[in-house]
Design a protein around this ligand. Sequence first.
Ligand SMILES: O=P(O)(O)OC[C@H]1O[C@H](O[C@H]2O[C@H](CO)[C@@H](O)[C@H](O)[C@H]2O)[C@H](O)[C@@H](O)[C@@H]1O
Ligand SMILES: O=c1ccn([C@@H]2O[C@H](COP(=O)(O)OP(=O)(O)O)[C@@H](O)[C@H]2O)c(=O)[nH]1
Ligand SMILES: [Mg+2]
Length: 730
Amino acid sequence: MSRIIIVSNRLPTKVQRTDNDLAFTPSEGGLATGLGSIYRAEGNVWIGWPGLVVDDETERQQITTQLRADSMQPVFLNDDEIRGFYEGFSNETLWPTFHYFSQYAVYNEQHWETYVAVNRKYCEAVLEAAGDDDTIWVHDYQLLLLPQMLRKARPHSTIGFFLHIPFPSYELLRALPWRTQLLEGMLGADLIGFHTFGYMRHFLSSVSQLLGYPSQNGRLELKNRTVLIDAFPMGIDYERYANAAASEVAQEHEQNYLAALPNARIILSIDRLDYTKGIAQRLRAFELLLQRYPEWQGQATLIMLVVPSRDQVAQYQELKEEIDELVGRINAEYRTITWNPIHYFYRSLPLEELTALYRMAEVALVTPIRDGMNLVCKEFIASKADRSGVLILSERAGAARELSDALLINPSDMNQLAEAMHEALIMPEEEQKMRLANMQALVQHYNVYHWTRLFMDRLVYTKIKQMTLATEMLDAEEAATLRQQYTTTSQRLLLLDYDGTLAPFHPNPQKAAPSAQMLELLATLSADPHNRVVIISGRDRQTLQRWLGHLPVDFIAEHGVWLRAAGQEWTLFQPMRNDWMKEIRPTLELYVSRTAGSFIEDKDFSLVWHYRRADAELAAVRVRELISHLSFLTSNSDLQVLEGNKVIEIKAAGINKGTAAARWVATYEPDFILAIGDDRTDEDTFGAMPEEAFTIKVGRNNRSLARFHLPGTAEVQELLQSLAEVSVPQ
Ligand SMILES: O=P(O)(O)OC[C@H]1O[C@H](O[C@H]2O[C@H](CO)[C@@H](O)[C@H](O)[C@H]2O)[C@H](O)[C@@H](O)[C@@H]1O
Ligand SMILES: O=c1ccn([C@@H]2O[C@H](COP(=O)(O)OP(=O)(O)O)[C@@H](O)[C@H]2O)c(=O)[nH]1
Ligand SMILES: [Mg+2]
């Protein structure tokens, strides 16, 4: 049975050195607590760093044995690796960049090299632990290169990747010198998940702009693989928090705390120490609340738990000092003998104490400047079963996309924050309960089990999609059958599309002339008296004539409008009109003037708008606009609008490559047909062919009427070459 191998930088268990022994405790941070609930199931393994440097081999063995008993496998990192990989590239470069704190980002080549080396180290650990059938699930920004490394070693593995932090806008990502490698690293996965649709959109936009892969409905077609991109907002183990909060131990803690804080109106703040969490801003807003609404002095009490984190990174040390100072100043200014405005704890607490805090707080203040998801707010909600309480939540936390019943605030707006605290403190109980109930239903339903299931099911789906495609690939066996039939037949029809089939695309279509090898190949194939080679293209006849007119091949030009049998004159498929062009052309001109880099191609009976050289994202919008514009203009006419590879073409309805190709089949009566094409317009050809024809789609789009696929023009050339070798010259 296949297992799930989870890989993340940090293991869900943290190993620490005590006076004379080792202590094993749960790690802090959303990833560890969120996935901690599932990895033990069904023999799964979690691979990651145990959180301390261990040089001694005996100690390593001891840690490995103990972790293994709990389904974990450690990756040990030395001091240099922690410096360059963890503190350096992960937390001084990627973390600030991905959280829109570019001004904190360090670009250090040495850190990058360590990052690559440590990703490789994780790769080796995974390869050692994982069998071919196992599903590998890689997590987070510390391991962006790992999916690709795994893919190279195990091309057929099932690999999922989930990013727990935001994916930034392209404008932020592009500043990174290693941006391309990072994206390619992620694309080694079969499925890439993000917390929100916004992060997913930013990722797709970066891939399109940096690597040139377009996407459709979250599906990226790489050269030889399909990768799915989707949003999976992570949930928590709802029952775990609800039960812990309801437990006797938690209630006891709560009673003790409340006894020490009589009459307090408790506002709670819990996070790792991190500049992304907006802790300092939150303190200032709390101070503003006390200034603006003095009635809360003596009552409103902020319990602030800050969990130590990444304390070797300069930014974190500075933040620690800033918080210490702010808390000291506010407390000194407002405290009374009986009331302390801020109770500040710099440590981490065990679950029962944590949930006791959630339980007793009237208001949870979760106000990050940026946060991938934020699980604290969901844990607060789960701990409040049958109770009241108000959640104030930053609109820039991923969780805000789901929790619309929270008081959503802009974390940089001090006024709004202070007002929200006031509003929360005076909110009627009924309203609190109503809002909480809605959010509880959601957090309970979309829990961490749901999240895992959804991700895993989608990963299986991705694999099935890829396999369906794989069976359609023209593999060695099918290619041999094709060659064998070719050899034993004598009336062969070869229908070959031009662009994207015989020649790769060029930014300037007039520069996509055939290569010398391709010309030679076509010469050999068309010289065979048993072959009829037809170039079936959307191009104008002049260009085809110029490039290939010297060969004894037939032409179908302008998507079936113009026909020419070898050595004869051009004829029209049927009498045609082009007087509609003067009506449509101004519309295309409008889109050219609105879209730099696009241009119009005039053919005898069709008009084409090309956008290959335009800004890809702008063009995507313009395409939708233009199509809707054209469908309005061409309704009630006998014109059709075709979408091709970076082109939109308008021409007479009823004529296409298929109708023209059918004419060749009918008149020539071939005993062997090979039809190859890459574009949507070639689907018409495929559809018009008899069942036994060898129809081949070039490229990865699996929605094709063709029987087989080939990855690209190089493979087409290879196939034609193998046929040329058995052709008989005249
Ligand atoms: O491992 P550390 O350097 O100590 O940091 C702790 C973890 O912090 C980050 O958590 C993120 O994941 C959460 C769950 O998806 C999400 O709610 C939160 O918004 C993120 O910041 C980090 O992504 C983890 O890798 C760290 O282990
Ligand atoms: O003393 C504490 C305080 C918090 N947490 C946990 O730390 C996680 C923080 O995750 P979140 O997604 O909110 O932010 P991250 O730290 O991952 O950026 C939550 O699950 C908390 O329950 C913890 O384990 N011990
Ligand atoms: Mg083509």
